[in-house]
Ligand binder design. Structure first.
Ligand SMILES: C[S@@+](CC[C@H](N)C(=O)[O-])C[C@H]1O[C@@H](n2cnc3c(N)ncnc32)[C@H](O)[C@@H]1O
Length: 248
């Protein structure tokens, strides 16, 4: 799948989580942070938002060079690097704020990743985890849509991610030597008909990831549309967030 498709998905996700993110940016004092890193920046949506809020370029890093080159072309005012936390460590870089959004869930060894990331923090620096989901806690209503949980869990697992990372967030941060405030960034989502086309594209994105049939896609779209029209549609979906600082 090309970077443009991911970008659309990240934009939709970012829109849905915007209120929590803005609360977290205030809580972390983003505007006062001089050296800000968006690690696992994807198509650069969150880094660009931070640049606008703190009125200075943010360093956006992704291990996938296709993502950094897409992000650079889209949001040229930030700084970009293709690589990971190991590369930044080798370069001796330090940050006042490190931001992760849907990144811990993709680590093969999340504890080691957190340990390495902690070492990139400057004195008094903070780690802000904006969104780490827990698909195991997802409830789709009405009940005929409850199978959707599996539509997400399958492809995340097969691509090496942990769809249940949210419930582990607090203990992982503690074990990695952080003192953290863990909260729910979001739990309740009541889709309405306003963005029908955007949601249809989002379901096609998940179809490409998980390979379910066109018949299943048509079924999802039909059931969801009917539930929205009846004002029955509801999603309970725990997405965790945390502001963490080194020390216990
Ligand atoms: C689900 S995407 C999220 C993108 C972006 N943070 C957002 O919320 O829109 C996760 C991204 O993190 C990148 N990534 C995962 N682990 C990484 C690591 N250790 N260092 C750098 N990038 C990483 C992936 O390549 C992918 O682009």
């Amino acid at each position: 799948m090309d970077a443009g498709r991911y970008h659309e998905h990240y934009l939709l996700q970012a829109g849905w989580l915007a209120p929590a993110r803005h609360y977290l940016f205030r809580k972390a004092g983003l505007a006062r942070c001089l050296r800000v890193l968006d690690l696992g920046c994807g198509s650069g949506v969150i880094a660009e938002e931070m640049r606008r809020l703190c009125a200075r370029p943010v360093l956006a890093v992704d291990r996938d060079p296709e993502m950094t080159s897409f992000a650079r072309s889209r949001y040229p005012e930030n700084e970009y690097l293709a690589g990971d936390e190991r590369l930044l460590r080798k370069k001796g870089m330090r940050f006042d704020l490190i931001v992760l959004s849907f990144v811990l869930m993709w680590q093969e060894r999340p504890l080691s990743f957190l340990n390495r990331t902690r070492e990139l923090l400057a004195e008094n620096g903070a780690l802000l985890l904006l969104a780490e989901p827990d698909y195991g806690g997802r409830v789709d209503y009405p009940a005929e849509l409850d199978f959707l949980k599996e539509v997400f869990i399958g492809p995340i697992r097969s691509q090496g991610g942990d769809p249940f990372i949210g419930r582990r967030l607090s203990s992982l941060l503690r074990r990695a030597g952080f003192s953290a405030d863990v909260e729910l960034a979001s739990c309740l989502n009541i889709p309405c008909g306003d963005t029908d086309e955007a949601w249809a594209r989002e379901w096609r994105f998940w179809q490409d990831l998980s390979g379910f049939s066109d018949a299943t896609l048509a079924r999802i779209l039909r059931l969801e549309k009917r539930a929205i029209a009846r004002r029955e549609r509801l999603v309970l979906f725990p997405v965790f967030c945390a502001l963490a600082r080194p020390g216990r």
